[in-house]
Design a protein around this ligand. Sequence first.
Ligand code: ADP
Ligand code: MG
Length: 539
Amino acid sequence: MSGILRYALSSFLLEGAWIAIQITVLAMIAGLFLGLLLALMRLSRYKPVSSAAWAYIWLMRGTPLLLQLVFIYDALPRLGIRFGSITTAVIGFALNEAAFAAEFIRGGILAVNRNQSVAAASLGMGPVLTLRRIILPQAMRAILPQIANATISMLKGTSLASIIFVNELTFRAQQIIATNFAFFTVFIAAALLYVTMTTVVALLQLLLERRLDPELRTIGGRRSMLQMFLGIDRPSTAPAVAMAAGVTPAPDPRDSEPVPAAPWLNLVPDPEPEKPARDGQPFVVFTDVHKTYTLRGGHRREILRGVDLQVKRGEVVTIMGPSGSGKSTLLRLVNHLELLDRGEIMVAGELVGYRRDNGVLKPVRDLAAARAKARIGMVFQHFNLFDHLTVLENVMEAPVRVYGVDAAVARQRGMALLAKVGLAGHADHLPMRLSGGQQQRVAIARSLAIDPRLMLFDEPTSALDPELVGEVLAVIRKLAEGGMTMLVVTHEVRFAREVADRIVFMDEGVIVEEGPPEAVLDQPRERRTQQFLRVVQHH
Ligand code: ADP
Ligand code: MG
């Protein structure tokens, strides 16, 4: 026993272990970065890019690591490229690992709901920001166990590098045995070192998994390096928590600063609330809007077939129509979440994400910036809240990351918005802890946080239990009273009657009928409208 320990603690074997650690750490870091790059390439829409990544992965996974090491060590010098043993090992292991990492990272990214990216895009977040702040932190939970697996494999696999004369642990053990034939003692000593190293990896995995668990994160604990890298900050909501607990919080010096208030929210009580003028000027103008989707197999389906519509400033327009009539598509075109095929949509006199080139619309390069500039809030049927962020973090995300608002100001404003939708007490909770109605109200607060000039609602209450519909509609009604310009897709007839200035009825990609609620709801002219209303009113 003491013989084993003597060998295990001998500087000869420890140095061998140290070499294994160095190779593993460096190769793992490089391999993961390269793997992320390859994963993104594989996910690219551009065929040459995804094919190149696929080919690399195919080649590296299809050939033995040993062969790759020997190739770098023996063959490359013929081309005048020469590396030392350890450098060769790091490069070889990294290039090999990248191929495997690419696949598990891609798997992690694909496991994140696509709605998360759509919501991020609607808030003006660009692809890199979305990847770093929204996708990767969620994908990380699926990726981390795989990273741990790969690290352990590599630690043990570094013994392969002895073939290119890296004097690592296994090789050194063999060297000792060659002189003293103490097979058992020396091999067990080496095994002990390997087990110690892999145990450290396993423990690190455990620690990081706990740190990445949003449930644990919201209960307490400091930020980890990983969270800092991923930018998961934990905003302090001590006053809100204290309030929820019925404790009077100490006055915050920031409270004296005025909260930037949007007039339609009436955040500051005003005897004569200043509503944005309903000046009768068109604010959103759809002209001859066409959209066709190309389905698999090249089959084309025309979803919108020439939509003309004008929405005035401060007006609330409700869109109704059967499923598949193109309502969601129409909304998504407004903030350029989809490309127009023909026609144009102007918001406040400007195109969103297009420039006119000889009378033809061309998408601009930086779509995210165009969306951010347009300030169009969007609320989805399935809420699409960022699952890994708390309620307040959801609301603060776009102001801080897209608009560069100071975190303290964004927090204060976010709390005010949450109070406005009746959820201040839930600021530190995760979305999944809330009811559907509460989640949808958070989603509304989140889009209001970008100070929108126009709000788009896509069936905001369709996914809710009947008893939760009212609380969401109440918030939307309050916005309408505040003078917000809104396009609301909904089948809530009573809501439309009370809140809408105008109802637009769509079917098969065209506007069939439009007019004030009394006209469209009570005396529909078109047969299709009559049929549809009969169906929804009986629910
Ligand atoms: P609505 O919201 O009125 O129910 P949508 O605008 O969502 O209608 O969709 C209209 C039609 O377009 C549906 O039949 C839907 O299947 C189809 N569609 C929507 N998005 C896509 C897409 N990205 N690719 C192909 N077809 C789509
Ligand atoms: Mg829809």
